[in-house]
Design a protein around this ligand. Structure first.
Ligand code: SAM
Length: 288
């Protein structure tokens, strides 16, 4: 596949026929980069998720440009049109409502199709809620798992929750405020109340909040409150030594049997081991 390469001179941006994927702020409009501003000002048109959001940027930075809406509902019609415009020499910026396009936002299908047609793609990186949250958490962040929004379908959701309960890497989840308590309840069920998590609300905005330190404390904090704003959840992975309970089954089984022999009920022994190893009580139960 022959894809157009941008000129090596960044001051010639934007170039005719290129698609610019532009990261925009996740709250604080001052997070728009100078390069992103230059692109948004000077492309032939901006394909944006919601024209009202992009107008806020235009108003803040005192410029205007041509806007077309590009979202999950109209993307199949808009993608070939955008690629036609690019082929006819227009330069186009893609911007989502907030953060990086394509990260739980429209974009990836447009990039895929444009690339398949040989269109040059240039990403202007910008804020992303997932990265802002993990970096703010102080949890291990060189390797991590980004789950985006968890699926609503029960079986798919349970599978991911089980994966999280066993994973040794930090996991990042996006959640809507009205589903946060349900998610926290499920994290307690699968990972135990002691699992370290932090909830980030309204990152980069005036009322930014970081709430931790474990599932029980966070549940306690939010229960009975009206939960508003944008939420990202960061979950610490389990201890490396017990990183895969499947591999440590034998060890856990022996410990479980010892505790039962010593007089603990199955329930108490499982609860104790779940807490100690930072894994779900259900996983221990299954060993008996
Ligand atoms: N493309 C965006 C990005 O790069 O982060 C994400 C878009 S996704 C549709 C929106 C979700 O991101 C929100 O529901 C929330 O979970 C998370 N999010 C966006 N802005 C946030 C913020 N300021 N604080 C916390 N979470 C945020």
């Amino acid at each position: 596949m022959n894809i157009k390469k941008p000129s090596s001179h960044k001051n010639s941006e934007p170039e005719s026929g290129f698609l610019y994927i532009v990261g925009t702020p996740i709250g604080n409009l001052n997070d728009l980069s100078l390069r992103a501003l230059n692109i948004l000002k000077n492309v032939s048109l901006i394909a944006c998720e919601d024209t009202r959001q992009t107008r806020k940027l235009m108003s803040k930075f005192a410029f205007t440009n041509n806007l077309i809406s590009f979202n999950k509902h109209n993307s199949s019609i808009k993608i070939p049109r955008i690629v036609n415009d690019l082929n006819s020499g227009k330069s186009i910026a893609l911007a989502s409502d907030a953060g990086m396009p394509s990260i739980c936002d429209p974009g990836e299908n447009l990039v895929k199709y444009a690339k398949s047609k040989g269109i040059g793609i240039v990403c202007i990186p910008g804020p992303c809620a997932a990265l802002t949250a993990i970096v703010s958490s102080g949890l291990p962040s060189s390797k991590f798992i980004f789950e985006g929004f968890l699926p609503k379908k029960k079986s798919e959701r349970e599978k991911i929750l089980l994966d999280i309960s066993k994973n040794d890497k930090t996991t990042i989840i996006y959640e809507s405020p009205h589903r946060l308590l349900k998610l926290l309840g499920q994290l307690k069920e699968y990972c135990g109340g002691e699992r370290e998590i932090q909830v980030f609300r309204e990152l980069t905005k005036k009322f930014e909040e970081h709430i931790g330190n474990n599932v029980d404390e966070v549940l306690n904090f939010f229960e009975g409150r009206e939960i508003l704003g944008e939420i990202t959840v960061v979950i610490k992975g389990i201890n490396k030594e017990i990183q895969n309970p499947e591999l440590n089954k034998q060890y856990l089984k022996e410990e479980l049997n010892d505790l039962i022999k010593a007089g603990l009920s199955l329930s108490s022994a499982s609860k104790y081991l779940a807490k100690k190893n930072n894994i779900s009580k259900n996983l221990i139960y299954k060993l008996h």
